[in-house]
Every structure is written in structure tokens, then in C-alpha cells.
Design a protein around this ligand. Structure first.
Ligand SMILES: C[S@@+](CC[C@H](N)C(=O)[O-])C[C@H]1O[C@@H](n2cnc3c(N)ncnc32)[C@H](O)[C@@H]1O
Length: 465
């Protein structure tokens, strides 16, 4: 059953939203019902010199086979057999529309349990690809393996997590995680059930608190330059009592810790049962290399920034390559990508236009051809070859790449930052207000939904395996 109850809080927002939805839907409509490659080619094949996207915008040819003139109708309708057949056909079509697959939507069957039509992992073939250059890039894994959990599990998790989130000690976690990523971290930690959890980058301790809610008895190691207890003097913060802090004078960077000896001290012998969470704004390529060297297998990166955004080189950026759908970009100022980007920038704060995307020499990878690191305190230009090589390296060690979807569509959360054209489908899709409300999500301030940056879970192993 579909719930289509628009949630419009005030007049200003409804206008803005209507505008946005119009914009979004014009793109989404092509995403939801991709033409089969063969029929698309037959009806609207681009002629030489015409881009594929121009051909997509074309209307169907108004040939005789597509139109019935009034003369034809007069001939057909008085015939009762033909009329009956037409009526049956219309009824059949309506029935198919009603009972048929709901695309990517989440369904609530009569039994009450959740089911999902969509598979997890990379974007589903034929959906995200319809965005073309503004699609949803992703990292290829070695054997195409994906996570075990489903959208149904995520929905169930949300039901449990909302009341937990409402008890968080740090209500205003600006510069830290918002709702979407807090849920993602909690959900994955709970699902993976590690023997120990390591976090790099704790700030006031909100993510430590989230890990603790997921696994009440599991030890935590927290690496962060400033101890969260320092923040307690000024306001809300969280200090955990079953946590070893590498902070203050004991601070050591993740890459400089002797993990063999630290894990041994904690009685951990199986490194595949360790979960490492990075929210320290360091190059994710460097963190991946360090994690591989230590033998870690399960990694979560909080800020998996999109190309052209953010303060460190992310997995998303590394894997943004021409051979990935939705990956690779054009710096051509009069091109379709430039036009689409400037349109989308009007609606989504984090969308980047072609000027922000491209640096010297039409370098679009990373951020304007630069690899940012350490909260953008350092930035280095790299060649396209180097960027390409980085993605091949990442692919060679990846067993699983999974981006947390946004919790709910922007018309429900009222988020205005990330461009939904560059994310996977939300757990609660647009129009499903009843579900959003039932899960208690309307009780949360809309600002908590503004921090989504494609948190990602990786399972990694040696290139050879
Ligand atoms: C975005 S905040 C973390 C937010 C936190 N995870 C949360 O959800 O509230 C980034 C943190 O990384 C810390 N940091 C900076 N350099 C670091 C490093 N090399 N290793 C670990 N943490 C670092 C900063 O001091 C800051 O506390």
C-alpha cells in the first residue's frame, strides 16, 4: 500500500518544495522507469553528433501508429465487442499498475512484516544509470559480494533506534554525526557484533555513545586528540567507562598504533572480529592502507564525500571513474552536465556546479583535481592516471562496498543539503509519510537530517584473496 500524504509545514516550505519536487521529479521519472535499451534505441536513437541526453528529452514520435484519429474512434466505439475488449484492457492495465512491483518502494504487506523489492549493494541496474553523469557512483568489489542486511532489516532497525536516539546525551551535535549516520553506525555495529570497536575521531563523544547503545558490553578504543571529558566542562559530552582513550597526552594517530600489541592486551585474537570506524577527516586512501597493513577487515567511513566536496579524499571520490555508472565528469562549460549541475545547485546546498567541480586543466577528480587531507589542512594535485590507479587499488582489496541510504526522502526530512540524484534510494521513500510518522521520525528536529554524506561500510582483504 502506498501512503501519499505530502508533509508541508509552512507556506514558504511548500512553495520551495513544490519547486524542488518539480525539478527532482523531472529527473526521477526517467530514473524510475528506464526504457529498455532496445526500445529506447528504436524510438529515439541519437543521430550522429547528438548526445544521448538530448535524445532522452525527445518526445515519442507522433507517428500514425501512436495516434487514433476521431475517425478511428468512431469506427471502433460503436462496436460492442471492441468496446468490451477495450474496457477489459483498461481494467487489466489498472490491475497490473495496482498489483505490480512497486519499483523501489518499501511495502507493508498485510502480515505486518516488511519486504523490499530492491537488492542492496551497488545501484540497481537501469535505475541510477538513468541519471547519466549525475548518477550514483560506487566502488566495485572483487567478487560482487554485498551485505547480508536488507531494506526490511533497516526499517526494523529504525523502529528500534528512534527512541534510543531521543535519549542521546548530546542533543546538538553540530560538526558531528546527525541522525542518518548515527542510525547507520548503530545498525552496522549491532549487526556485525564485533569483539571490539575502534573509533578514530570522537569529538564530544556522540559516536562513542552510539557504539555503546549498539553493543552494551563490548570494549571500545577511541582515538581522538582532545579527550571528550574536556568538553564536559562546557556542556553535554559523553565519556564511556569501558573505553580506552588514546587522547590528550596519550594521543597517537591510528597509523602509528601497534595494533598487534593493543589488541593482544584486550584479549583479541581474531582480527576479523574487529570493527573500525573512521570519522577523523583523514585521506580514506591512507586510512585504508593503514587498516590493511594492520589486518583489519571491517571498516566504516563516516564522511564519504562526493566528488568536488569535502575536506579529505574519500572512497566515493576515489571510485568516481568513467567506467562506473554515474562516475566520470565533463568540464565542458556548454555541456549537458554543466547545465544539469547548475540547475541542481539551485535546490541542493551540497550540489556543485561545473566551476566548483573543475580545476586547472579540466581536472574534476577529488576536489578540482586535488587530494584533500586532514580537514583540508593539506591538499595535493594528482594526475588523472594517479586517481585511476587509486581506484584500481581500492577495487583490488574490496570484498564489500555498501553506502548507507538516507533514512528518508527529502520531502519527509526537509533536508536541503545533499542532492538525492547522487544518493541511493532512501529507506523510507518520498510520499510514505505514514511510515515516517509511525517510526517517530516526525518528533525529531529537521536539522538532524542535514548531515548525510554517504557513510560507507567496507569489507576488505588482501588483493590476492
Ligand atoms: C567530525 S569530528 C568527529 C565527530 C564524532 N565522531 C561524532 O559523531 O560526534 C572529527 C574529530 O576528529 C578528531 N581528529 C583530528 N585529527 C585526528 C586524528 N589524526 N585521529 C583521530 N581523530 C582526529 C578531531 O579532533 C575531531 O574531534
Amino acid at each position: 500500500m502506498k501512503f501519499i500524504v505530502p508533509y508541508l509545514e509552512n507556506k514558504h516550505f511548500s512553495k520551495l518544495w513544490a519547486f524542488k519536487t518539480q525539478m527532482q521529479e523531472s529527473v526521477l521519472s526517467s530514473r524510475r522507469s528506464p526504457p529498455s535499451p532496445r526500445s529506447a534505441a528504436a524510438s529515439a536513437a541519437p543521430s550522429a553528433g547528438e548526445s544521448e541526453d538530448e535524445s532522452k528529452r525527445r518526445k515519442l514520435p507522433s507517428s500514425a501508429s501512436f495516434r487514433l484519429s476521431s475517425h478511428h474512434w468512431r469506427l471502433l466505439l460503436p462496436n460492442p465487442v471492441v468496446s468490451l475488449l477495450l474496457l477489459l484492457l483498461v481494467l487489466l492495465l489498472l490491475l497490473l499498475l495496482f498489483l505490480g512491483p512497486t519499483g523501489n518502494s518499501v511495502c507493508f504487506p498485510a502480515g505486518g512484516s516488511f519486504s523490499r523489492v530492491k537488492l542492496l549493494g551497488g545501484p540497481v541496474d537501469g535505475f541510477a544509470s538513468e541519471f547519466g553523469f549525475l548518477g550514483v557512483p560506487w566502488c566495485r568489489s572483487k567478487h560482487g559480494k554485498t551485505v547480508e542486511w536488507t531494506y526490511a532489516d533497516l526499517l526494523k532497525g529504525l523502529e528500534e533506534f528512534v527512541p534510543i536516539y531521543e535519549t542521546r546525551p548530546i542533543k546538538n551535535n553540530m560538526n558531528g554525526m546527525g541522525f542518518d549516520h548515527s542510525f547507520g553506525l548503530w545498525f552496522m555495529a549491532r549487526w556485525l557484533k564485533p569483539d571490539i570497536m575502534i573509533e578514530s575521531g570522537a569529538f564530544k563523544g556522540h559516536s562513542t555513545w552510539v557504539l555503546r547503545q549498539a553493543m552494551p558490553e563490548t570494549p571500545i578504543i577511541s582515538i581522538t586528540p582532545r579527550h571528550p571529558e574536556k568538553y564536559l566542562k562546557k556542556g553535554p559530552a559523553y565519556v564511556d567507562h569501558n573505553c580506552t582513550y588514546f587522547s590528550g597526552k596519550d594521543f597517537l594517530d591510528f597509523g602509528n598504533i601497534n595494533w598487534n600489541s593493543v589488541l593482544k592486551k584486550h584479549g583479541i585474537s581474531d582480527i576479523s572480529r574487529v570493527l573500525v570506524f573512521f570519522d577523523d577527516h583523514q585521506s580514506e586512501l591512507r586510512r585504508l592502507t593503514q587498516a590493511l597493513k594492520a589486518g583489519f577487515k571491517h571498516l566504516i567511513f563516516e564522511d564519504n564525500y562526493d566528488t568536488g566536496t569535502g575536506d579529505h579524499y574519500s572512497m566515493r571520490q576515489i571510485c568516481d571513474q568513467f567506467y562506473i555508472r554515474g562516475g566520470g565528469h565533463s568540464c565542458f562549460k556548454d555541456g549537458d552536465e554543466a547545465r544539469l549541475r547548475s540547475d541542481r545547485k539551485k535546490f541542493w546546498e551540497k550540489a556543485v556546479d561545473i566551476d566548483e567541480l573543475c580545476g586547472k586543466g579540466e581536472a574534476w577528480w577529488g576536489v578540482r583535481g586535488q587530494v584533500r587531507d586532514n580537514f583540508n589542512h593539506s591538499s595535493k594535485a594528482i594526475s588523472y592516471e594517479e586517481h585511476f590507479h587509486n581506484s584500481r587499488f581500492v577495487e583490488s582489496v574490496l570484498d564489500v562496498y555498501w553506502e548507507l541510504p538516507p533514512v528518508a526522502g527529502p520531502s519527509l526530512t526537509h533536508q536541503t543539503r545533499y542532492d538525492p540524484a547522487r544518493t541511493s534510494d532512501p529507506i523510507i521513500e518520498e510520499g510514505h509519510f505514514a511510515t515516517f510518522q509511525k517510526l517517530g521520525l516526525t518528533r525529531l528536529q529537521s536539522s538532524v537530517f542535514n548531515g548525510y554524506t554517504q557513510m560507507v561500510y567496507l569489507q576488505v582483504s588482501d588483493p590476492a584473496s
